[in-house]
Design a binder for this molecule. Structure first.
Ligand SMILES: Cc1ncc(COP(=O)(O)O)c(C=O)c1O
Length: 411
C-alpha cells in the first residue's frame, strides 16, 4: 500500500498544487462533495461585497449600464465556454439547469417535427427525464420518452428519434459516455444531441464543438464552484442559434427588449435563449468563482482527477477490503468521471458517520456512497487520510449509532 509520505510527495510534485490556496475550506474536513456543491473560492466574498456596496448601493439602477450587468449572462458564458469546448457567444449563463433543459428540448423537437421520440437513459439525472416527460405532455402526448436501461444507448437511436438527451457523467456511478461516438450516432440517424455537463465541466476537458454537439446544459454550483443555486449555463453552437426557437419567450430574449414591442421577436444568436432578468448577485459570485480556472490546462485537471480517483480506489481496496464496499464506478479511466461511488447496504448511516468525522461525501439512493474528487483543491494526502477515516468508522462500527440512521431531507 502506498504510504502517506508518498502521497505527500505526489502533492509536492503536483502542477495544480497552487490552486488549493484559492479556496476557503473550513479546517478539519476533507471535502469530497465538490461534485454536489463546490466550496467558496476566496475571491467570491470580496466580489459580492463590492457588487452590493459599490454597484447596487452606490450606482443603483445605473449599474445595469455602467457595470455591465446587462451583459453578464454572455460574459460569464464566455468564461465557461473554453472549459467545455465552445466558442465565444455560444454559451449563456442563465436560469437553472432544469429550465435550460426545457428550453433546449423544446427547441430541438421543433426542429424535427416528423419525429416523435426523445431517447434518454434511466441513469440520467431525474430532472432531465422529468423535463422530457413534462414537455411531452405539452405536445399532446404524441411524443415518447424512450429510456435506455444501461450505458449502451446506441441501439435505441433510430430514424424515429428527434433528440438524444444524456448526462455525460452519470451522477450515481460516474460512468462517462463517449460524447463523440453517441453524438455521431444521433446525427447519423438524423437526430439532434443534447448533453448535460453538470458532472463533467470543471473536472475534465469537454469538447462540445469537437464532437459537433447541438445543445448542452450544466450546473455551475458543482465543479465550477459558483455557489448554492448558482446560475446554470446552456450551449447552442453558432450554426443552430438563429434556426432554433425556445418556448420561454420572455422579454430579455427579445430582439429589442427596451423597445417594449407588442409582440415577441427573438433576439439574434444565443441571446434568444435568455428569458427574464438575471440574478446579478448570483451571477457575480459565479463570475468571481471562475477566476480559479483562468489559464488552467484542463488536460492537467483531468490527469490529476484520474490519479486521485485511481489512488482512492486502490487504497480502499487495500485498506477497506472486508468492509462490504463494492465499486460502482468504472475502473477503465476513459469511462470514469471525477467521482468514485461504492455500493453498501448501510450506505446512508456510513456516510452520516463519515460526515461526523469530517469526511464529507454524499449518499444517493438506494445504496450509493459517492465521493467527488475536485482536482483544484484536493490533495493526495486528503485521499489517504479519508481512507483511514473510512477504515476507522467501519472497523469500530461507528456508523451504527442511532442518530446516523435518521434521514435528513438532503442526502
Ligand atoms: C446531471 C444533473 N442535472 C441537473 C441537476 C439539477 O438541476 P437544477 O440546478 O435545475 O436543480 C443536477 C443536480 O444535481 C444534476 O446532477
Amino acid at each position: 500500500m502506498i504510504s502517506r509520505d508518498e502521497m505527500t510527495a505526489l502533492d509536492s510534485a503536483d502542477p495544480l498544487a497552487a490552486s488549493h490556496a484559492q479556496f476557503d475550506l473550513p479546517d478539519g474536513i476533507i471535502y469530497l462533495d465538490g461534485n454536489s456543491l463546490g466550496p467558496v473560492p476566496k475571491g467570491v466574498p470580496e466580489r459580492l461585497a463590492q457588487v452590493v456596496n459599490e454597484q447596487w448601493r452606490g450606482d443603483l439602477i445605473k449599474s445595469w449600464n455602467v457595470h455591465g450587468w446587462m451583459d453578464m449572462p454572455l460574459r460569464v458564458g464566455d468564461r465557461i465556454a473554453p472549459l467545455i469546448g465552445a466558442g465565444p457567444d455560444e454559451v449563456l449563463a442563465s436560469d437553472t439547469t432544469s429550465v435550460n433543459l426545457f428550453k433546449l428540448m423544446a427547441a430541438a423537437l421543433e426542429q424535427r417535427p416528423d419525429r416523435k421520440v426523445i431517447v434518454g437513459q434511466t441513469g440520467n439525472f431525474p430532472t432531465d427525464n422529468y423535463l422530457a416527460e413534462g414537455l411531452i405532455r405539452f405536445t399532446d402526448n404524441d411524443h415518447e420518452l424512450r429510456l435506455v436501461d444501461g450505458d449502451d444507448v446506441l441501439d435505441a437511436i433510430d430514424d424515429t428519434v428527434a433528440l438524444v438527451s444524456l448526462t455525460q457523467v452519470d451522477y450515481r456511478s460516474g460512468y462517462v459516455q463517449d460524447m463523440a461516438a453517441v453524438t455521431a450516432a444521433a446525427h447519423d440517424a438524423g437526430a439532434l444531441m443534447l448533453w448535460d455537463l453538470s458532472h463533467s465541466a470543471g473536472a475534465m476537458a469537454v469538447d462540445l464543438n469537437g464532437a459537433q454537439v447541438d445543445f448542452a446544459v450544466g450546473c455551475s454550483y458543482k465543479y465550477l464552484n459558483g455557489g448554492p443555486g448558482a446560475p446554470a449555463y446552456l450551449f447552442v453552437p453558432r450554426r443552430l442559434q438563429d434556426l432554433v426557437r425556445q418556448p420561454l419567450s420572455g422579454w430579455l430574449g427579445h430582439a429589442a427588449p427596451f423597445e417594449f414591442e407588442q409582440s415577441y421577436r427573438p433576439a439574434p444568436g444565443i441571446l434568444r435563449q435568455q428569458c427574464g432578468t438575471p440574478s446579478i448577485l448570483a451571477m457575480s459570485a459565479l463570475d468571481a468563482a471562475l477566476d480559479v480556472f483562468d489559464g488552467l490546462d484542463m488536460a492537467l485537471v483531468r490527469q490529476k482527477s484520474l490519479s486521485l480517483t485511481e489512488h482512492f480506489i486502490a487504497l480502499m481496496e487495500q485498506r477497506c477490503a472486508g468492509h462490504g464496499f463494492t465499486l460502482a464506478t468504472p475502473r477503465e479511466q476513459v469511462r470514469r468521471g471525477s467521482q468514485v461511488s461504492w455500493h453498501h447496504e448501510m450506505g446512508y448511516p456510513i456516510m452520516q458517520a463519515l460526515i461526523a468525522e469530517g469526511v464529507i461525501g454524499d449518499f444517493r439512493s438506494p445504496d450509493i456512497l459517492r465521493f467527488g474528487f475536485a482536482p483544484l483543491y484536493l490533495r493526495y494526502v486528503d485521499v489517504w487520510d479519508a481512507v483511514m477515516v473510512i477504515d476507522k468508522v467501519m472497523s469500530e462500527g461507528r456508523w451504527d449509532r442511532p442518530e446516523f440512521h435518521q434521514r435528513s431531507a438532503v442526502t
